[in-house]
Design a protein around this ligand. Structure first.
Ligand code: NCD
Ligand code: ZN
Ligand code: ZN
Length: 343
């Protein structure tokens, strides 16, 4: 098969930043996806429905002319989130979840939640209103090995959280381990996970191939080959609890090629194409549409898209960099080939 027609996919985990940077990257996503869940970790974070409304307008204004792309907004949970904000968000029609960043876990998470007890009333209200909780699932204890932080989070936080709020719908974002796959498979109803292209394509050895590779550094960090294999099995399984979320997270080149480089991989320029490589290599191209275009919409209780995109198996070379506001970004696979392109 050299061409593949898919119902238009959606990206259920995306960072587009703001201002001139937003204008540089949003077109890549809008060319491929119908909708995307927009992460709220701006500086300062998007903590209220009013801030999300303004951010949503900035995204719509930055879209290429004629685009029908829809940003789906999320709010950033803090220790002082007001339970009434859940009602404002649910009533808005454009906020589709609240994001839990354990304080200090990842890029721009310093305003995140330090103790889940602090947001008990918010989580209760979210359960009542059917609002989705998106979770960056890593413990933040500096003594826990960085490769163990996700697995530790499952036992310490996710299991108790899912039992304490049995109706709360939770997306375990950007899962990276075999343990996360097993947790989702054995979890109660209402729990799902997103998977990125980099965690399906690479293991942690890639971070050090011939020297340190700052453009392959993201959080949660790449894991072992058995972890990667478990993620691919989950993605291609047809299990609707696993769906597409790129976590495309652009950072200016100089902030990654630095003594202390930022976490985040930019993949929006080739997102669906990279997933097609994974499914193709696994002999599962027939399962890509479920993962990319059905299961996320179903979980978020939104209609599936109705138009289609076509992918062609024809290699192209990714540019070494793209503009990013007044800076530049180095995209995933820079200078190398991607096996599929969008028609
Ligand atoms: C994300 C970012 O840069 O905003 N970085 C990352 O490495 N994934 C934050 C996140 O999703 O954790
Ligand atoms: Zn994250
Ligand atoms: Zn992210």
């Amino acid at each position: 098969m050299t061409t593949l027609s898919l119902l238009r996919p959606d990206d259920w985990h995306l960072h587009v930043r703001d201002g001139a940077s937003l204008a540089s990257v949003i077109g890549f996503t809008a060319a491929r996806f119908g909708r995307a869940i927009i992460m709220p970790n701006l500086k300062p974070p998007v903590t209220t429905t009013d801030l999300a409304a303004a951010y949503r307008q900035r995204i719509l204004s930055a879209l290429p002319a004629g685009s029908r792309f829809q940003p789906l907004m999320t709010l950033y949970l803090t220790n002082s989130t007001d339970p009434a904000e859940v009602d404002r968000a649910a009533d808005s029609g454009f906020v589709h979840g609240f994001k839990l960043y354990p304080a200090g876990a990842t890029t721009h998470s310093d305003a995140g939640v330090t103790d889940l007890n602090r947001i008990d009333a918010v989580l209760e209200r979210m359960s009542e209103r059917g609002m989705v909780l998106q979770v960056h699932g890593e413990v933040t204890d500096a003594h826990v090995d960085i490769f163990d932080r996700e697995a530790r989070f499952i036992d310490q936080v996710l299991v108790p959280l899912s039992q304490m709020y049995p109706k709360l719908r939770i997306v375990f974002e950007h899962i990276t381990t075999r343990q996360a796959v097993e947790f989702v498979r054995s979890a109660r109803a209402g729990i799902a996970a997103t998977i990125t292209p980099q965690h399906l394509l690479l293991n942690r050895t890639a971070l050090f191939a011939g020297g340190i590779r700052p453009h392959l550094y993201c959080l949660p960090v790449l894991k072992t080959e058995p972890d990667r294999v478990a993620l691919v099995e989950a993605a291609i399984s047809g299990d609707p609890r696993f769906f597409l979320g790129t976590d495309s997270a652009p950072h200016a080149r100089h902030t990654k090629e630095a003594a202390c480089g930022c976490a985040g991989i930019f993949s929006a320029h080739a997102a669906i194409e990279l997933y097609a490589e994974v499914f193709d290599a696994a002999g599962a191209l027939d399962r890509l549409e479920g993962f990319a275009s059905h299961f996320g919409a179903d979980f978020y209780q939104l209609p599936r898209n109705t138009d289609r995109i076509t992918l062609v198996r024809e290699p192209w070379t990714v540019p070494g960099h793209y503009p990013f506001g007044t800076h530049e970004i180095v995209p995933f696979r820079a200078g190398k080939t991607v096996a599929w392109r969008i028609a």
